[in-house]
Design a binder for this molecule. Structure first.
Ligand code: GLN
Length: 193
């Protein structure tokens, strides 16, 4: 059984851990780079990407994370986490980690008052549509060659993408009762998805 790390420097890491608890999956809050040695995968939660990146650099995570992911550590970014792991942003800030070959735009659907929910047909999970909760959500503008689009909003813009052992979602599966995206990431960590 794998242990999943949840980056716990800002944002809704507690909600991710609650879902993992519900699935009976061990998890650990990651606050310092050396703690990454003890986990089999990492979730970067939603929150404020500028703050998360600032703290990643203050706590010296950037090089360790880049190296670990290059060595095959599975990683999943939700909302702000998607922004953090992207290769490029159309925005000036923050400076993303450049892990996943996607170009992302922040706040692509407007501000907090334009938050919405949408039923998404999503690849790599089975069953009915997944109810996506979008809160000041980013969108993927461009994907590199190795990136698969798993879900799009109705205008066709990608909101869930996967590249090898990296997953990114614009929406917040940790804020719903539906555990299927967490289960997908657990399978990715186990090497069975
Ligand atoms: N808009 C936020 C950002 O740019 C992300 C919002 C979220 O994670 N819900 O970082």
């Amino acid at each position: 059984m794998p242990t999943l790390g949840v980056l716990a420097i800002q944002g809704d890491f507690a909600e991710h851990r609650e879902v993992l608890d519900k699935l009976g999956v061990e998890s650990a809050e990651i606050r310092l780079p050396h703690q990454l040695d003890e986990v089999d995968g990492l979730i970067i939660p939603g929150g404020e990407s500028t703050t998360i990146v600032q703290l990643i650099d203050i706590y010296d995570f950037r090089d360790t994370l880049t190296q670990k992911v290059a060595e095959g550590l599975p990683i999943w970014g939700t909302c702000a986490g998607m922004i953090v792991i992207s290769k490029r942003l159309t925005d000036h800030r923050p400076s993303p980690l450049g892990l996943m070959d996607i170009e992302v735009s922040r706040n692509a659907f407007g501000s907090q008052v334009h938050s919405f929910e949408a039923d998404l047909e999503m690849g790599d999970i089975s069953g009915p549509a997944f109810r996506g909760v979008f809160i000041r959500a980013p969108v993927v503008n461009k994907v590199g060659e190795g990136v698969r689009v798993l879900a799009q909003v109705s205008d066709g813009r990608p909101v869930a993408v996967r590249q090898d052992k990296m997953l990114a979602t614009s929406f917040h599966p940790e804020l719903t009762d539906d555990t299927r995206v967490h289960e997908l990431f657990v399978r990715m960590v186990e090497g069975s998805a």
